[in-house]
Design a binder for this molecule. Structure first.
Ligand code: BTN
Length: 330
């Protein structure tokens, strides 16, 4: 019962988002949602208490004119133009890690395309055991659950697709052209804007689910990047001086990711490779590759192969394939 009240409230809110340019009568809302007019009025009062600004005009009805800062489930799903991705949303006002939660949900059978998203992440996880900091209400912290029919060795390619989608959307929305440092750091002038973490649930030869976590520094205040962080990270707000609507940002990202993902599933990684290479910042440069276990090798990054594996040219022009590592300019 409590669950269905919450769902009805979300449905009312979603309807208001979808009709932001007009008034909707209580009668119409109750007909569409399938609840009484009294229930509609109760949910409207509740939403106003939550911080939504809703005009209520006799004979005209209700119109949403403002919302609390940050993301919410109804706003995300109201304008979403994807087919599958984000059609199931688990939204949390605050959570330890969307990635951890998505892995649990994937294990419990969450549908392909489910997303887990939050306004505040208190224990964000990064690659190679690092942590990921994300201030409340200003950034994107989201994990996507995908169930592709792919051999395990091809799943790292999904990380590269995510990186391309993030760069494309950043450029489209803000005009900022950023680069990808293999495999998945998105940088602007050498400073990190987006981090991607891909994790698998698999049996010996079969991928049950892939969980891709994305952290984007969108509206983080420039002052946040003081001290040591100033040389390593940045945000779109710091770069452009502007604040962006997080809901449209996430929707645009999901749309672009889905387009590229569909292309990849249909035509394979060769269709994505040139898009990734166009954004790559390390190609042709001398780099240092730090592999798990601490082993470091140096060479020139020559590109990626059709599997998305980095090709490193060492001494005597010998090419080494690098499957997973952190890279630095040397
Ligand atoms: C990196 O180390 O660069 C990857 C960072 C990935 C952070 C994202 S934020 C959403 C999702 N939830 C997490 O706990 N981590 C990922």
């Amino acid at each position: 019962m409590v669950q269905s009240m919450a769902k009805t409230k979300q449905a009312v809110l979603k309807l208001l988002y979808e009709n932001r340019d007009r008034y909707l009568s209580g009668q119409k809302i109750s007909e569409i949602i399938g609840c009484s007019r009294t229930a509609v009025w109760k949910h409207i009062k509740d939403l106003i208490k939550d911080g939504y600004r809703i005009n209520a005009v006799q004979k005209s009805g209700y119109q949403l004119i403002g919302a609390p800062e940050g993301l919410n489930e109804a706003a995300l799903s109201a304008g979403l133009r994807t087919e599958k991705l984000g059609r199931h949303i688990y939204f949390y006002e605050t959570i330890g890690s969307t990635q951890k939660e998505a892995l649990v949900l994937a294990d419990e059978g969450a549908a392909d395309g489910t997303i887990v998203i939050t306004n505040e992440q208190s224990a964000g996880r990064g690659r190679l055991g690092h942590t990921w900091q994300s201030a409340r209400g200003v950034n994107v912290a989201m994990s996507m659950i995908l169930r592709p029919h792919l051999p395990i060795e091809q799943t790292p390619q999904l990380t590269l697709i995510t990186a391309v989608a993030a760069c494309d959307v950043i450029e489209k929305v803000t005009g900022v052209s950023c680069g990808i440092k293999w495999p998945n750091d998105i940088l602007f002038e050498g400073k990190k804007l987006v981090g991607i973490l891909t994790e698998l649930q698999a049996e010996a030869t079969y991928v049950k689910a892939v969980v891709i976590g994305i952290g984007m520094n969108v509206n983080t205040d420039p002052e946040t990047f003081s001290g040591e962080l100033a040389s390593r990270a940045t945000s779109l707000k710091k770069i452009t001086g502007k604040t962006y609507d997080l809901v449209s940002f996430v929707q645009a990202f999901l749309k672009r990711f889905e387009e590229l993902y569909m292309l990849f599933l249909k035509e394979g990684f060769p269709s994505i490779k040139p898009l990734w290479e166009r954004r790559a910042t390390s190609l042709g440069k001398k780099i240092k590759v730090r592999q798990a276990g601490g082993k470091t090798i140096e060479g020139i990054a020559r590109g990626i192969n059709d599997q998305g594996v980095l090709l490193l040219e060492g001494e005597n022009h010998r090419l080494t394939r690098v499957y997973s590592a952190d890279i630095e300019w040397s």
